[in-house]
Ligand binder design. Sequence first.
Ligand SMILES: [Ca+2]
Length: 198
Amino acid sequence: MKRLFCLIFALLLAATCLAFGEETDAIETIVTIVTAPDQTKAERPPCFPDPADDYIPLPEGENLALGKPVLSGAHTDVYVIKNVNDGKTDTYWESKGFPAETVFDLQGTFSVSTVAVCLNPSSVWEPRIQEIAVMVSLDGETFTQAAAPEKYSFDAATGNRVRIDFDAAQTAFVKVIFTLNSSSRTGGAQAAEICIFE
Ligand SMILES: [Ca+2]
């Protein structure tokens, strides 16, 4: 009796598989397979301009701050100073209070004329104002002012970054000083990247 049940079950299973297979074959006959065209980059229709077109442009030369030794005072939570020149805008430095200084050792002497301060370009970072000054030094001890303190507006619509241009100065060390951040979410300065250019 047991063998009979097993045999009946096996026959039913085989019949079901055959029926399903026929149905699958029927579906496959009405499916048209389309080959995707070759595409080497993300493309955007002309009516949707790349938002980066509205970003504040940065100099095309080498970012002299990238990966160089940099020091600062106390930071907030996990937002350590090494985040400020790791080349990533999704990591950031946040100071604990003001004034907040970052000092870059360029490991060489350069004719510096631009400092850019960048936040994460995401609109999650609401508009804010930070007051920033720039000082330069050949020996890392005596600094002279290259750009006086000024309030700069950060807005995701322009890349959440600002550009500070000044008369070119021969320098081996650059100090960027923050004295205000209008964001209500922090009591310190914030920068995802600080970039330095000739
Ligand atoms: Ca970063």
